[in-house]
Design a protein around this ligand. Structure first.
Ligand code: NI
Length: 224
């Protein structure tokens, strides 16, 4: 699965985010990486303790919570506090997989899904594509500022070197109510088809019956 989430941040939110990013305190990015990842990671991250970072995290989390496509695809149970990174001057993050379990203070999360939210416009930098490898195929994404991309937590991925300008992004992990990716995808497809059906035909008896089936499956497969 590789899904684009359009317009997670609107113009106003993006403007706010960019202002906070410009004023932020940046440090080397290796501290959130595991042992394998740290060897291939070269970027900067916002100091997670900074007041500006906490404002940015709230801004991103509120936007994610309002995004219907995100909710439908991820069925989120917990979202890791978003981190913010910056790549410039050839910086890169080579092939790696994200750690399955993240632990911090009182929080523990299984990273069922990874999410990258683009905060620079694609024409502001050269390179910097997010490359995910699914089976034998590599997918290269360079999203518009404010768009996000969602992919399975076990996907091998990298960020290509940024050879001009500056690439700003946020990234975080999601633990889903539904652990199994196949079951989650089935629920997503069913929910999307149902939404289309209801907007075309209104609340028909068939739509209500199918919605009952959706919620029955969700009840069977979810873990709250
Ligand atoms: Ni990663």
């Amino acid at each position: 699965m590789l899904l684009t989430l359009p317009r997670v941040l609107d113009e106003q939110a993006l403007y706010e985010a960019r202002k906070l990013l410009a004023a932020g305190r940046w440090t080397g990015g290796r501290h959130t990486a595991g042992r394998q990842s740290a060897q291939v990671k070269d970027n900067e991250q916002l100091d997670p303790m900074d007041a500006g970072t906490i404002k940015l995290q709230q801004l991103v989390l509120q936007a994610m919570e309002r995004h219907l496509l995100f909710f439908s695809a991820a069925l989120p149970k917990k979202i890791w506090p978003p981190a913010f990174n910056r790549y410039a001057g050839g910086q890169t993050y080579g092939d790696h997989v994200d750690q399955a379990i993240r632990t911090q203070a009182q929080m523990r999360l299984r990273s069922d899904l990874s999410c990258t939210l683009f905060l620079s416009q694609p024409d502001e930098y050269e390179g910097g594509e997010l490359v995910t490898r699914i089976g034998q195929v590599e997918h290269r994404v360079k999203g518009r500022a404010g768009d996000a991309v969602l992919y399975l937590g076990h996907t091998v991925h990298r960020v290509e070197p940024v050879t001009r300008g500056e690439r700003l992004a946020s990234f975080f992990w999601i633990e889903s109510l539904v652990r199994d990716p196949g079951q989650r995808e089935l629920l997503f497809n069913m929910d999307q088809a149902l939404t289309a059906l209801r907007s075309r035909d209104g609340e028909s008896a068939e739509a209500v019956a199918l919605m009952g089936t959706y919620h029955h499956l969700l009840r069977m497969w979810s873990d709250t």
